[in-house]
Design a protein around this ligand. Structure first.
Ligand code: GRF
Length: 207
């Protein structure tokens, strides 16, 4: 059975596009049923509209009441029979009701070696600026399940890269993003083939 995938994105959407390409190439046993975004003008939404992917905008303008907004996520996701939620540059906190209802079915990608440079305040270029400022010799990518606290859920996969002497935050961010595109599709492929299990917060990827 194909897994129904919902993407959550707020920005350029390069990870979203990459996953779609991987699906279109037949690498992943899934289909993107929905994009949820808080930002109607972002690259991810423009891309979804161009490729006729269903798009739902959920933000404070449309839903003044928090409870109504949190319920809307669930209503929409359930209506598409969502099996997997992929956060791909989503800038809003995931409501607790979703974290509970979709336990171990929400995955995030983060451009650092968590727990380093994770949590509130560490996003976008700020992460790479801090890595360089602190003279780190390595950085990388973490893909993890989403729990109540930012960037703290069980780690599914990490990839390291060396920080080069001539890296700027901008160059580093591009190099890390290239790795993101490689590893996110591997994790999604494994999940959609039922190869990922979680036991007492430890993730096992079965061969
Ligand atoms: C990526 O660096 C991802 O790790 C982080 O947000 C960024 C999104 O980039 N969570 P894009 O919109 O997928 O290009």
């Amino acid at each position: 059975m194909l897994k129904n995938i919902a993407i959550f994105a707020s920005g350029a959407g390069s990870n979203f596009k990459n996953i779609k390409t991987s699906i279109d190439n037949g690498n992943i046993n899934g289909t993107i049923v929905l994009l949820i975004s808080n930002n109607p003008n972002c690259g991810a939404v423009i891309f979804a509209r161009r490729y006729k992917i269903n798009c739902e905008i959920i933000n404070d303008y449309r839903y003044k009441n928090i409870k109504e907004k949190d319920t809307q996520y669930k209503l929409v996701l359930d209506s598409y029979k969502t099996d997997l939620i992929l956060l791909a540059g989503f800038m809003k906190k995931i409501p607790l009701n979703l974290i509970n209802d979709y336990k171990n079915k929400i995955i995030n990608i983060h451009p650092s070696l968590l727990p380093k440079y994770g949590g509130s305040g560490y996003y976008g270029i700020k992460i790479h600026q801090s890595v360089i400022k602190n003279n780190e010799t390595e950085t990388g990518v973490t893909i993890h399940f989403v729990t109540e606290n930012y960037d703290e859920g069980p780690v599914i996969m990490q990839r390291k890269i060396i920080v080069r002497i001539d890296d700027t935050p901008e160059i580093l961010s591009k190099r890390v993003l290239q790795i993101e595109h490689k590893v996110y599709q591997l994790v999604v492929k494994a999940f959609c083939s039922n190869k990922i299990t979680v036991n007492k917060n430890k993730v096992i990827i079965n061969e």
